[in-house]
Design a protein around this ligand. Structure first.
Ligand SMILES: Nc1ncnc2c1ncn2[C@@H]1O[C@H](COP(=O)(O)OP(=O)(O)OP(=O)(O)O)[C@@H](O)[C@H]1O
Ligand SMILES: [Mg+2]
Length: 258
């Protein structure tokens, strides 16, 4: 395999992404390179469009314009083209990303094991026994083997989120997206989820995470991206962003210090 092809495969980026909801432009031409095997942390005020950006990266939302590129697959939006949400090309890009939501979003009527296996079996059409074996391994990884037959309502929030992480990993995504994964959790449950994320960071996965936990952001970030009003204002190391002198950023960091 030549080097150029390798590099193309390892390319994750969005360019010029725009997204409107009714008359409101929520994303105003966002371009972001996501470095492979690194952790990118997205921060910024409430309502600035962070969730919308993640949803546009994994194509749960269809951008109005711009290009999404994931591991050598790309799609250009706009120019009069509006693909359907289940367009096979979008589905393929989507299947390379895994998303962990703020409120877990497990399927309530399925057991833990079914939640983890469903995607690989039905979406990726992989062999059921193998998927089951891998799901059990993932349960070991998130420390919840004893919960394999439980239903989501029988689990704490922290346990549900660990299952949601296992479910995302079961798809073997190239790009992992986390949207405020601990903001719905009490502090004592938060720690168990942060520990799993730390482990994924150490494994050098390609990660984009939105978090308001600045101490955690500082610890795990290879790159911090400050987002405001639908645009990237500043990106760089934590220190670069913290000390860039932008008043909005200073204000924001002072406000959420934790
Ligand atoms: N499906 C939707 N329909 C209409 N407006 C939406 C939709 N999703 C998001 N918005 C609007 O887009 C803006 C950005 O929302 P988004 O959830 O992306 O912000 P955020 O940065 O993730 O905020 P938070 O930190 O509170 O999670 C908000 O004004 C929101 O009301
Ligand atoms: Mg959000």
């Amino acid at each position: 395999m030549d080097k150029a092809a390798d590099e193309e495969r390892a390319m994750y980026k969005v360019s010029g992404i725009t997204k409107n909801f009714s008359d409101n432009q929520i994303l105003k031409g966002v371009s972001l390179e996501i470095e492979p095997n690194k952790t990118t942390v997205l921060i910024g005020p409430s309502g600035s469009g962070k969730t919308t950006l993640l949803r546009c990266i994994n194509l749960l939302e269809i951008p109005d314009g711009g290009v999404v590129e994931v591991g050598g697959l790309s799609y250009e939006f706009g120019r009069g083209r509006k693909p359907k949400i289940d367009d096979p090309r979008l589905r393929e890009i989507r299947s390379r990303t895994g998303m962990v939501f703020q409120n877990f979003q497990l399927f309530p009527h399925w057991t833990v094991l079914e939640n983890i296996m469903k995607g690989p079996v039905t979406v990726l059409k992989r062999e059921k026994e193998q998927c089951r074996k891998e799901a059990l391994e993932l349960l070991v990884k998130v420390g919840l083997s004893d919960k394999k037959d439980a239903y989501p309502y029988e689990l704490s929030g922290g346990q549900q989120q660990r299952i949601a992480i296992a479910r995302a990993l079961a798809m073997k995504p190239e790009l992992l997206l986390f949207d405020e994964p601990t903001s719905a959790l009490d502090p004592e449950l938060e720690a168990e989820v942060l520990n799993i994320i730390r482990q994924l960071v150490e494994e050098k996965r390609t990660i984009v995470i939105v978090t308001h936990k600045m101490s955690f952001a500082k610890e795990i970030a290879d790159k911090i991206v400050f987002f405001d009003q639908g645009m990237i204002v500043k990106e760089g190391s934590y220190e670069e962003v913290e000390n860039c002198g932008n008043q909005r950023i200073t204000q924001f960091l002072n406000m959420i210090k934790n």
